[in-house]
Design a protein around this ligand. Structure first.
Ligand code: ZN
Length: 476
């Protein structure tokens, strides 16, 4: 692993929550993309609690307590509300961000990007933190950049406006949407190998055009990327990313071997890859551009653990086989070393343990990352000054139908003392008498809640649990 995690915690990250950094010049929020399902626009609108048109006016990076997870809060001044009640400004949470004070950047795959001054259409859902903030639905799909002259027409519904301004591919439905709907689950090993490319390099996602990649497409990568393991699109049943292509190997040789950058563009486009520039903004960089320092593992082999209770025995084997694909590359010194089981059940940038795990329906950070579409995400943190990776975790979405399948979680058994469900990591705190200040806090909360209802604030609705298999069309 790189240098000890505590070495960049000395600045006191708890204080960073209060003295959070305002990114004044350029809002670089990173960035797609894990592999995932492409939403249909009607689905997106149906699931949204708020669909708005607004302008990005501010961003603030902070750690959310108690998990310490890094988020960027994006302030949107609203122009129009197409679904849900009017309220302005609103704040949108995006997982990841850059904490300059801590010399730390956090990248989480499949997240939308916002830029200061940008005018956007966004499909939003209440954040799971009870903080009046919102999340973008479907990762990058739920946000569309608008040209200045693009306004809703009189009588436009949220659906009709979204369909009119969305990227053409999304608007028309994906190519595979025209195919017979598949009942196929997703190939677990393929998803693992792709995510492990984000883990190992880290390498970035590749797309063939801007419509495919939304805000994550980089021009110099061009097209014909569909055979590469780091191509960010996958369909159910596809086993394409199980193996590496030339471009994936070149990426690892550039990061952990003697390959010289920049690679040329043009006729050798099929060899291009994307990597992360530690201090770039945005970080994702083409191999046709040279940037130092690159985000990289400073200490090889890289130790990783698997939360084995989340997976079947076969999947535990496949995870090791998947990372082994990245170990055996000529001209790259990278290797990963499996260090066994872990009880850790969070994707944390603070624990110095690299863990492969499955999301948990009760974990708010997981719910903030999986707002629809992503089958798995990789999140990693690096020191901005050196590019050395501090921590990287892969989280598989428990809503995805994989082949082989995830084990079915045990049904909680009622606790005879409390009648509550037990197990599943739920900790019930001992009952304590309310202090006077707690009582006041409760009263204030109730008053605020009542006022919010009077003003017609958005109330979160319980969306039905979605499962990613047969409804899926096209994958990002
Ligand atoms: Zn990806």
């Amino acid at each position: 692993m790189s240098r000890p995690w505590h070495s960049f915690r000395r600045s006191g990250w708890r204080s960073a929550l209060y003295a959070a950094i305002v990114s004044c010049s350029f809002l670089w929020l990173e960035s797609s993309v894990a592999m995932g399902r492409r939403h249909s626009i009607p689905d997106l609108i149906e699931q949204a609690e708020l669909v708005v048109v607004g302008t990005v006016t501010e961003s603030l990076v902070f750690r959310r307590l108690p998990s310490g997870s890094v988020y960027t809060a994006v302030t949107l001044q609203l122009g129009e509300t197409l679904k849900g009640p009017w309220q302005t400004p609103i704040e949108i949470l995006v997982p990841g961000g850059r904490l300059e004070e801590e010399d730390l950047a956090v990248w989480v795959s499949h997240q939308p990007r916002f830029f200061l001054g940008e005018r956007v259409l966004a499909a939003l859902r209440k954040s799971p933190f009870g903080d009046d903030r919102f999340l973008v639905l479907g990762g990058a799909e739920g946000k569309v950049r608008l040209h200045e002259a693009t306004h809703p027409k009189a009588g436009d519904s949220a659906l009709s406006f979204f369909q009119r301004v969305a990227p053409p591919e999304q608007r028309e439905g994906s190519p595979s949407a025209r195919l017979k709907r598949s009942q196929n689950p997703f190939d677990f090993l393929s998803i693992a190998v792709h995510e492990q490319g984000h883990f190992a390099g880290p390498l970035g996602d590749l797309y063939n055009n801007a419509e495919e990649g939304g805000g994550a497409y980089i021009e110099c990568i061009g097209s014909n990327n569909q055979e590469k393991t780091m191509y960010g699109v996958i369909g159910p049943g596809s086993t394409r990313p199980r193996d590496l292509e030339q471009a994936d190997r070149l990426g690892m040789r550039a990061l952990y071997g003697g390959l010289f950058l920049p690679l040329p563009t043009g006729s050798v486009n099929e060899n291009l890859f994307a990597y992360f520039c530690a201090s770039g903004s945005p970080e994702l960089t083409c191999s046709s551009a040279a940037c130092e320092p690159r985000v990289h593992w400073a200490s090889i082999p890289v130790a990783y653990k698997i939360r084995t209770s989340d997976f079947s025995a076969e999947q535990v084997q496949l995870l090791q086989r998947g990372l082994g694909v990245w170990n055996r590359i000529n001209g790259s010194s990278f290797s990963g070393d499996y260090r066994g089981d872990t009880e850790i059940d969070v994707a944390s940038v603070d624990d110095n343990v690299n863990v492969f795990r499955v999301s948990d329906a009760d974990n708010s950070d997981d719910n903030a990352v999986f707002t629809g579409g992503a089958l798995a995400v990789t999140s990693f943190a690096w020191f901005i000054s050196s590019g050395e990776i501090a921590d990287s975790d892969i989280t598989f979405n428990h809503r995805t139908d994989f082949q082989p399948a995830l084990p079915v979680p045990p049904t909680p058994t009622p606790d005879p003392d409390t009648g509550d469900g037990g197990g599943c990591g739920t900790i019930t705190p001992p009952a304590t008498p309310l202090t006077r200040s707690l009582g006041l806090l409760l009263l204030l909360t109730l008053v605020t809640f009542a006022l919010a209802r009077i003003r017609g604030s958005v109330q979160p609705h319980e969306a039905p649990e979605e499962h990613y298999s047969d409804k899926s069309h096209f994958f990002l």
